[in-house]
Structures are given as structure tokens and as C-alpha cells.
Design a protein around this ligand. Structure first.
Ligand code: E4P
Length: 215
């Protein structure tokens, strides 16, 4: 399972990349706006830390998306062009597939959207589970349905679980065999934590102090 950081903050990427577990980053226009930094510089800086950096197109028509896909993919070989799940987006995915440009389809909320994006040639699809949870439904059900469809056919497209909100989302996505999870910094930094690890280490330290004092 690949783990991505869902952020436009380069310092966060640099920090988590040092753990040796980070496979990529997903950015989106809202995350970029929050940081207030230059988009291209941000993407290029992230590309020095990880081999996959999703950069989202902001055009909504095919010609505009195509031009941005060409531009972003020329910035660095680690760039993955993020394309919204629309009809214009499908055309863009197909164009990118033919040109060998890697893509991530964003804002996927149904199995049918997932299938269309995969057939159009998406490298990655991103179902947003947290936003479904926010409606009072279970976003993880969508991942289960997509993984079942993926088991029935031979789609090469990787399923990225997006809009994760807490550590249980990542464990559940792994149980379902999702290929990738993208995780906000506040959740990522909780993943190594366990109260019993802290308690156990504290006890080991205290006991070792007793051994040291006996010498
Ligand atoms: C994924 O690529 C998106 O950037 C992200 O996961 C959206 O998460 P949100 O629903 O918390 O905004």
C-alpha cells in the first residue's frame, strides 16, 4: 500500500519523507490557496522529496485542461496531473494516456465514475470518503464497491482513498486492498502513536536505569 501526504506544505512533506514511508503527495487548489505560495515552486520542491506529486488542473474545458496537463507534466517527471471527474476530464484523461502523462482523477463519488475514469486511462482514481461521511453516509462503502468491481475486471488504474479524516480510515482502506491512501499531516503524525508503545518504552527506560545504577 502506498501512503501519500495530502498537503501543499513543503515542510510537512520534507518531514514525513524522512520517515522512509512516503510515496507521494496530493495537492489541490484549496490546499495551495491555504499555503499562499507559488504553485509551480511548491510542486517542484515536493518533487525533490517524493516520486509522485499530484498537481490539479484549474481549467474546466478540454482544451484548457489539455494545455495545463502538457505544461505541468513538463515541469518534472514526478508530476501526476490531477483532473476532475467530468466529461471534459474524461477526454483529458484519454489524451494524457495517449501522451504517456500520468493522471489522478479527483472528486470521484460513485463506482460508475470510477469505471469511466479507469476506462479513459486514468493512472489513479481518487474517491473522497470523508466528504461522503460528512453527509452521514459511510464513505468506506464506496471503496468496498470499487475494489469489488476492480476484482471483477483487470483495471490497471490504482484506487487512492482520499479525504481521509482519521487513522481508522487508513487501516480500513488497507483491509479492502486499496492501492493508495492520501492522508492529511494531522492524521499522518498520529499513525506511529500508540499509548501502549509509550507506556512500554517508559517502563523499559525506568528498568534500564535500575540496571545502570547497579553497575
Ligand atoms: C485528495 O486528493 C484531496 O486533496 C483531499 O483528500 C480532499 O480532502 P478533503 O475532503 O478533506 O478536502
Amino acid at each position: 500500500m502506498k501512503l501519500f501526504l495530502d498537503t501543499a506544505n513543503v515542510e510537512q512533506v520534507a518531514e514525513i519523507a524522512q520517515w522512509g514511508v512516503l510515496d507521494g503527495v496530493t495537492t489541490n487548489p484549496s490546499l495551495v490557496a491555504k499555503e499562499g505560495k507559488d504553485f509551480k515552486e511548491t510542486v517542484l520542491a515536493m518533487c525533490t522529496h517524493v516520486p509522485n506529486v499530484s498537481a490539479q488542473v484549474t481549467a474546466t474545458d478540454f482544451d484548457g485542461m489539455k494545455a495545463q496537463a502538457d505544461e505541468y507534466s513538463g515541469w518534472h517527471k514526478h508530476v501526476v496531473v490531477k483532473v476532475p471527474m467530468t466529461v471534459e476530464g474524461l477526454k483529458t484523461l484519454s489524451y494524457c494516456k495517449k501522451k504517456g502523462i500520468r493522471t489522478n482523477t479527483t472528486l470521484v463519488f460513485s463506482v460508475n465514475q470510477a469505471i469511466l475514469a479507469a476506462k479513459a486511462g486514468a493512472t489513479i482514481i481518487s474517491p473522497f470518503i470523508g466528504r461522503i461521511d460528512d453527509l452521514g453516509q459511510d464513505g468506506m462503502d464506496l471503496i468496498a464497491e470499487i475494489m469489488q468491481a476492480w476484482n471483477n475486471y483487470n483495471f490497471d488504474t490504482e484506487v487512492l482513498v482520499a479525504s481521509t479524516r482519521h487513522p481508522r480510515h487508513i487501516a480500513d482502506a488497507a483491509q479492502l486492498g486499496a492501492h493508495i491512501c492520501t492522508i492529511p499531516y494531522s492524521v499522518f503524525t498520529k499513525l506511529p502513536m500508540h499509548i501502549l508503545t509509550d507506556k512500554g518504552l517508559d517502563q523499559f527506560q525506568k528498568d534500564w536505569e535500575l540496571v545502570r545504577k547497579k553497575k
